[in-house]
Design a protein around this ligand. Structure first.
Ligand code: GLA
Length: 418
């Protein structure tokens, strides 16, 4: 009898051990991104929107994608105040690599445009106190036609880590999109296994959207630090407002998945290029702060007008973007062409409000803060932070007039008056 009980107990033990082993296996195979990075939206600079796939260093040495360009941008980041304002990453996008892998099957850089190699370039960027990011593709080729990482994911993760890469954007051209839901998490696992913290930027949800495949944002947020959801940004106001519209239309899905370590990425800041004027540039900066979006500039920091530099360095707006709670804001109200967006900040009754005017004429909106759900009886302090103007104390039931620039924005910081 005792023996029987003993053997049953030991059988139960074995079953338990098996269950524990199985659980551990599952935990390993579904291991989430574990790099501690992107607790607030990453800030930096990226080649793509401005410099595209310009590989013509012979005829256009100043603007071609090359180590020189990247080093010059790193210098500007440090010397012109961007680093001090919080911009950190210098990211090369597509078209950095050789068309062939090396004899060991590893990715290698283009020898003409990156004669010192990527490791040396990463070292240079690090020597300036910045972080270095690179681009790859989940499919057979990058969108620009350079070697992709399919069947080489592990090796490429190791190669990037050995070069001292701090951030990886993994694009999804030339791939079977239906495999991304398992393929991207596989890359997450390989990045974790390198032991080097590498911020992981995924294009996975954007491709699933385009291919009408349901997006599992819980898994996306588990496996990626940032992710693209929508079309590439172009150098135009229409492109910016198209992205804002997508974010507004899909806010029920997008807002809950954003948080420290995992953020939606509406794509690069194009401020300082030709497409946006001053009001529109302020509006992009304000909306990207409401979105808790990465602030990745793509512009020519060597030739940027001071007015645009000042917009990019607006400390008050950056502070909102970088709020430690990492909550994404949403569209609350619409008054004709004016949308009112609201983002909750870290402290009780601390908010950011944006009025976005998509009309070509100035528009005035009359609003009480109570219409946005503000409930604090003692009232609020209000300050406009694109033009740095104190409004002062307001009551939540007071009617306020907001005069919003044409194709532009107002952005307020609101906090309780106690
Ligand atoms: C895709 C991406 C862009 C850029 C290009 C590079 O279009 O969405 O952001 O990386 O590829 O070819």
């Amino acid at each position: 009898m005792w023996l029987d009980i003993f053997s049953i107990a030991s059988a139960i033990d074995k079953v338990n051990m098996l269950a524990v082993a199985l659980l551990m296996l599952c935990a390993v195979s579904t291991q989430a991104l574990d790099n501690g990075l992107g607790r607030t939206p990453p800030m930096g600079w990226m080649t793509w929107e401005r410099f595209r796939c310009n590989t013509d260093c012979k005829n256009d040495p100043y603007n071609c994608v090359s180590e020189k360009l990247v080093m010059q941008m790193a210098d500007r980041m440090v010397e012109d105040g961007y680093k001090d304002a919080g911009y950190q990453y210098i990211n090369i996008d597509d078209c950095w690599s050789n068309k062939q892998r090396d004899a060991q099957g590893r990715l290698q850089s283009d020898p003409v445009r990156f004669p010192s190699g990527i490791k040396a370039l990463a070292d240079y960027v690090h020597s300036r106190g910045l972080k270095f990011g690179i681009y790859g593709d989940y499919g057979t080729k990058t969108c620009g036609g350079y070697p992709g990482s399919l069947n080489h994911l592990e090796l490429d993760a190791q190669t990037f880590a050995s070069w001292g890469v701090d951030s990886l954007k993994l694009d999804g051209c030339y791939s079977n999109v239906s495999t991304m839901k398992t393929g991207y998490p596989e890359m997450t696992k390989y990045l974790n296994a390198t032991g080097r913290p590498i911020l992981f930027s995924c294009s996975w949800p954007d491709y699933e959207r385009a291919f009408h495949i349901p997006i599992n944002y819980t898994s996306v947020a588990d496996n990626c630090n940032i992710w693209r959801n929508y079309n590439d940004i172009q150098d135009s106001w229409d492109s910016v407002t198209g992205i804002i519209k997508y974010y507004g239309d899909n806010q029920k899905t997008l807002v809950p998945v954003a948080g420290p370590g995992h953020f939606n990425d509406p794509d690069m800041l194009i401020i300082g290029n030709k497409g946006l004027n001053v009001n529109q540039s302020n509006a992009q900066m304000a909306m990207w702060a409401i979105f808790a979006a990465p602030l990745l500039m793509s512009n020519d920091l060597r030739n940027i007008q001071p007015v645009y530099r000042d917009i990019l360095l607006n400390k008050e707006v950056i502070r909102i973007n970088q709020d430690p709670a990492g909550k994404m804001g949403k569209k609350m109200l619409e008054f004709g062409s004016v949308e009112v967006w609201l983002r909750p900040l870290q402290y009780y009754e601390e908010w950011a409000i944006v009025f976005l005017n998509q009309d070509t004429k100035i528009q005035t909106v009359t609003l009480k803060l109570s219409q946005l759900g503000f409930s604090y009886m003692m009232g609020y302090e209000l300050r406009e932070i694109l033009t740095h103007k104190e409004v002062g104390h307001v009551d939540r039931h007071q009617e306020l007039n907001f005069t919003v620039p044409a194709l532009g924005a107002l952005m307020y910081y609101a906090y309780d008056s106690s």
